[in-house]
Design a protein around this ligand. Structure first.
Ligand code: 4FV
Length: 249
């Protein structure tokens, strides 16, 4: 897969994409990511990417033509069908499942809005609109970086141990179990004995239980769609029975 990002702040995006597993994957060409400065696709000497809103009102609106030129150039460079995503609060909520689906798309383009947003006619070239949450940011770059990071983890070779991706929260529709590392004691706070037992079957059961308990208390909505195995279903019933008993006390 390839990812092209269109933004008026290329340095901001470049900086964020030069760190960690994603940064290493781009460096080692496991991931093909290109950043495009929208101003390079303007034609006036002020390199204008925005203008006043028709109908009046506060703020500015991003012009359509520079974005169209950028998409034409990327299409010519990638030589294949582009899947164009616009990050905006009007979009579909971004999820782990969405990230996994996008990781299988050949050419993804992320359009980063700024100001009040983009000219509505831009949406004629947009395949999907993606929101990372019900709040208003000053730009679409951070959402685009969220999408790149979540999608990149599904690209083979980006995350060292693909196992950890499979075990990522939400990959199985549950919240993650607690993690511990050395030292075994921090003050009076001791690591659960099971994790020091070396009994991997017990450890796996403990992690399942912790993941289910955490999901039951913090995100019971996730349990409606989580793909539970038989053991997890049994553990969940025990947990729910336990909670019912607690409520009756
Ligand atoms: C946003 C979000 C977001 C709105 C106007 C950019 C800003 C500005 N994008 N999820 N929440 N975008 O707030 O994706 O142009």
């Amino acid at each position: 897969m390839t990812i092209d990002i269109v933004t008026i702040f290329p340095a901001m995006v470049d900086a964020a994409l030069s760190a960690g597993v994603v940064g290493r994957a781009i460096e080692s060409r496991v991931l093909d990511v290109a950043i495009h400065d929208l101003r390079d696709f303007t034609t006036d000497r002020h390199r204008s990417v925005d203008d006043m809103p028709f109908g009046g009102g506060p703020g500015m609106v991003m012009k359509a033509e520079p974005i169209f030129r950028a998409l034409d150039a990327i299409e010519a460079k990638r030589g294949g069908r582009l899947t164009v995503l616009l990050t905006s609060p009007q979009g579909t909520q971004f999820t782990q499942a969405g990230a996994e689906r996008l990781s299988k798309v050949e050419h993804v383009v992320l359009l980063c809005g700024r100001y009040e947003g983009v000219d509505e006619r831009v949406r004629s070239r947009v395949d999907e609109e993606v929101s990372i949450g019900d709040y208003v940011l000053s730009g679409g770059e951070l959402p685009a970086l969220v999408v790149v990071d979540a999608v990149a983890r599904f690209v083979p070779g980006v995350v060292g141990d693909d196992q950890s991706v499979a075990e990522d929260s939400f990959s199985r529709g549950l919240l993650d179990f607690p993690h511990y590392t050395r030292p075994a004691e921090v003050g009076t706070d001791r690591v659960p004995d099971v994790l020091l037992s070396g009994n991997h079957a017990e450890i796996r059961r403990w992690r399942k239980r912790e993941s289910l308990a955490r999901t039951l208390s913090r995100r019971p909505d996730l349990l409606e769609t989580a793909a539970l195995d038989d053991e997890e279903r049994r553990i969940l019933e025990e947990l729910q029975k336990g909670r019912r008993a607690e409520r009756q006390d």
